[in-house]
Design a protein around this ligand. Structure first.
Ligand code: ZN
Length: 315
């Protein structure tokens, strides 16, 4: 029996996974098509991606449900398949662990629009969509729920409440920060800084404060974010930055941070106190394999007493 996620991270940092979207594209998903539908139509391809992450050393997998809310699925005519798509995603991730200990984190991404008064979406529709998705993920047996790539506290709150109401034993709120033009700091597109996000999440009952994706958020910025989160809250911290910046090469989007480079900054992120580390857009099983080595070295150095952040390093 695998321990609850919140208990496990008290014993030392865990390794998350890498990108799903860019891996689906590599597997043949066309730009603009519904990647979540593949949980039903191309199940073996989603499973193969997640198996590669487990083989590379992931302790935690995010379900392939970033766009799995009714509002997102409606754009592809799949609004009637919310429960099916989310259930299949949890089952695929669980299967990818193939009996190994591991945690399935149900993924809720942004609903993809703006709420009134800035946009045309009614708050109650977003609330209902998140509640429906969170319930489907929990009924299928997810170990936690992450509300990710968030830029506004209003939308984040709807996600946190949905996850809690669905009975998730661990709720992760994950913000997408952009480095400011002058490079002096980072905040979300809607102007939220890490301190405000951390205080807000603690106040509203999230269990882990996180960041993922964003613009210009390399490992150095990720370390700074961990430090800023930890000054603002006592909650554990999770980080999943992108593998650098996207650019076009031969008409394909490539990310410019190779595994060794990204992994090179990871020891500092762990030393700053991150409890779960992984990658977002552009990161691959090769990145996660490189991360695994750094996480293992870090855990061993804690065991031998050269780092004292974690007291007991047994899983
Ligand atoms: Zn991303």
């Amino acid at each position: 029996m695998t321990k609850p996620l919140l208990e496990a991270i008290q014993k030392g940092p865990l390794l998350g996974d890498g990108a799903m979207g860019t891996q689906l594209m590599l597997a043949g998903l066309e730009q603009g098509r519904c990647g979540e539908e593949w949980n039903l139509t191309h199940r073996e391809k989603v499973l193969a991606i997640q198996r590669r992450y487990v083989q590379a050393g992931s302790d935690c997998l995010l379900t392939n449900t970033f766009g799995g809310s009714r509002i997102m699925l409606n754009r592809h005519g799949n609004g009637d398949k919310v429960a099916e798509i989310n259930r299949a995603a949890v089952e695929i991730a669980r299967q990818a662990f193939d009996g190994h200990p591991g945690w399935v984190i149900g993924d809720i991404g942004p609903f993809g629009g703006l709420m009134e008064p800035y946009g045309e979406f009614r708050e109650e529709d977003v609330r209902d969509a998140f509640a429906e998705q969170a319930a489907a993920l929990m009924q299928a047996g997810a170990d936690a729920i992450i509300i990710e790539t968030q830029t506004s506290l209003e939308e984040l709150l709807l996600g946190i409440r949905a996850a809690k109401q669905a009975g998730s034993p661990c709720v992760i709120g994950s913000m997408a920060y952009d480095v400011t033009l002058d490079g002096s700091t980072f905040r979300t597109m809607m102007g939220v800084d890490p301190e405000r996000a951390a205080e807000f999440m603690e106040e509203h009952g999230a269990d882990i404060v996180a960041l993922n994706c964003g613009t210009g958020m390399d490992m150095i910025r990720a370390r700074q974010a961990v430090e800023r989160y930890r000054r603002a809250t006592s909650l554990p911290v999770m980080v999943q930055p992108n593998a650098g910046q996207p650019r076009l090469q031969d008409m394909k989007v490539v990310y410019d941070e190779p595994p060794e480079h990204m992994a090179g900054g990871l020891a500092d992120v762990l030393a700053a106190g991150a409890s779960i580390v992984g990658g977002c857009c552009g990161s691959t099983p090769a990145h996660i394999r490189a991360f695994r080595a750094v996480v293992d070295t870090y855990r061993n150095s804690c065991l031998t007493g050269s780092v004292s952040h974690y007291e007991d390093q047994t899983l």
